[in-house]
Write a protein that binds this ligand. Structure first.
Ligand code: MSP
Length: 517
């Protein structure tokens, strides 16, 4: 099991990316980068979900074609992810011809197996969810519980997917595979939803919806929209129902983890599972449902006008790179819980963790090495002690957190190692040792901290790749090292650094502002 395949939800392109979309992609990227430090083969898929009535309407209002709107907005997402250092292996667009062709084949396969059938239907359709709603999905005013809008009454002849047929099999799978839904507290929620599950409509008449993939054998119907969207996770790997030449699919499927927001867990844990079962394809190992990001404790919405984009934050704080934002979003909440963004909390958290605790530790230790030893590690300084023990055992703990997709918890483990090292420096006071001319002892204290920073730099890399690279530059180790290569005493004897090469790895955010005032 040396491969790792991770996916995110694909975003709707009726607007620009905001911090909620960014949160998900950053979480997935951190998990991806961590597993890159452990595996030989890895693949990270993200992309955009481009069909549906919303796009059709938005494009019409703007006087452009749906394809033009998709091209423009999809590019905003892919470039925003580049700016945030998100290292996707493939960016899939559901308007891509190859995806469309395979979705049509999947649909035909399900028609011929009897999992899809035609029926006439009258129901309440929410365009926000792109799904028909049952009474359980509505509040007391008859509005969608997620979007707060009144669904449209739609009567049509549609194709239906026999979801109810898979109900018991999915429930059994959830119960037998405790890691299938992460965090575990969401599994019961899905089991409850399963009890009332009915067959779902999977097409719309071309008279009502034009922007989508036509059913191959019946172009009067448009495939709508979850079969189209969900299939991206396998069409991107070249899956076809006939299974010829699917090299990437055979290598990477089933996904190790599919990262999505809690609002679309039902579609993934139930619809997607049933679809895969109907196709005779294995289920992903884990579906990780993250919580939502609020802005100053309020839900982001276009109507309130409080939608924040990642680039707004980058510009407002004049960030050189995305490390602080990546770090903040990763740690602002525990696994699966909602988190909050505010400028103040952001500034405070990154200043304390990245500048004061982590950055200063390296900076002051290196400065002492230069001051007392002209930047040289002498042979007799090379040692291992309780700090080495703490650093080394943190690898296992961080790995265990990532094995369970506890991203914030992994970061907090790394920061605890930093705290221990700060305490060690204060307890051992190398400046007093130098004053008392206990130079060897002083050198050993400094060495143990620097040696620990090799661990910290490597482990923090998935969160803050730029800071990690700067730590590695100053300590002269290979930042692309795998986790199983990390061992004590990696810094050799000899000249390590000169005064002019010491640089803070992270500047406090307000200190940059102070300059400008
Ligand atoms: N297109 C569908 C997903 C199809 S996946 C086969 C969709 N798109 S979306 O643009 O509405 O949302 C994309 C992802 O962003 C979802 O996982 C959603 O939960 C997440 N988020 C959207 N707003 C969010 C926050 N405010 N906070 C955190 N994540 C949120 O759903």
């Amino acid at each position: 099991m040396n491969k790792f395949y991770i996916t995110t939800a694909i975003d709707y392109v009726n607007g620009a990316p905001h911090i909620g979309h960014a949160y998900e992609k950053i979480l997935a990227d951190i998990i991806f980068k961590h597993f890159k430090q452990r595996r030989d083969e890895y693949f990270f898929l993200t992309g955009t979900d481009e069909h549906g009535i919303k796009i059709q309407k938005t494009a019409a209002n703007m006087g452009v074609t749906p394809q033009e709107l998709c091209d423009k907005n999809s590019a905003l997402f892919s470039s925003a992810w580049k700016e945030l250092g998100i290292e996707y292996s493939k960016f899939i667009r559901t308007t891509n011809p190859e995806h469309k062709r395979i979705v049509q084949k999947i649909f035909e396969q399900l028609l011929s197996s009897g999992d899809i059938y035609k029926d006439s239907y009258e129901g309440k359709y929410c365009t926000g969810c792109e799904a028909y709603l049952s009474d359980k999905d509505l509040d007391e005013n008859g509005c969608c519980l997620i979007h707060g809008t009144k669904p449209e009454i739609i009567k049509e002849e549609n194709y239906f997917f026999r979801l109810s047929k898979y109900k018991d099999k999915i429930a059994e799978h959830i119960k037998n595979n405790p890691k299938f839904i992460v965090p575990a507290f969401r599994a019961q929620e899905v089991l409850n939803q399963l009890e009332n599950i009915e067959d779902i409509s999977v097409s719309r008449s071309v008279d009502n919806v034009k922007w989508g993939i036509p059913v191959y054998s019946d172009p009067s119907q448009i495939i709508y929209v979850w079969i189209d969207a969900l299939s991206n996770y396998i069409t991107a790997l070249g899956y076809t129902p006939e299974g010829i030449g699917d090299i990437l699919f055979n290598k990477y499927w089933p996904a190790n983890v599919q990262v999505i927001g809690k609002d679309i867990l039902k579609f993934h844990a139930i619809y997607w599972s049933a679809l895969l079962m109907a196709l005779g394809v294995k289920l992903p190992k884990t579906i990780f449902a993250h919580g939502w990001i609020t802005i100053n404790q309020a839900k982001m919405s276009k109507t309130t006008g409080n939608v924040v984009s990642p680039s707004t934050i980058m510009q407002a704080f004049e960030l050189e790179n995305s490390d602080p934002l990546r770090y903040y979003l990763a740690v602002c909440t525990q696994q699966g819980r909602d988190g909050n963004y505010s400028d103040e909390e952001f500034k405070e958290r990154v200043n304390v963790d990245l500048a004061n605790n982590m950055g200063n530790l390296l900076n002051r230790t290196l400065n002492m090495l230069v001051k007392y030893f002209d930047g040289e590690i002498k042979k007799e300084f090379i040692c291992a002690n309780e700090l080495t023990e703490i650093a080394h055992s943190s690898i296992l703990k961080v790995k265990e957190h990532f094995d369970n997709y506890r991203v914030a918890e992994a970061a907090s483990e790394i920061l605890q190692v930093v705290d221990e090292a700060n305490k060690f420096v204060n307890d051992n006071a190398p400046w007093s040792l130098a004053k008392a001319e206990k130079m060897e002892e002083c050198g050993r204290v400094l060495y143990s901290v620097l040696d620990l920073m090799v661990y910290v730099g490597t482990l923090i890399k998935p969160f803050c790749p730029n800071i990690a690279a700067e730590i590695a530059r100053q300590l002269n180790f290979d930042i692309d090292m795998r986790l199983d290569e990390l061992k004590p005493k990696m810094i050799p004897a000899g000249k390590l650094i000169s005064k002019e090469d010491i640089k803070p790895v992270f500047l406090r955010l307000d200190s940059e502002f102070a300059d400008k005032k």
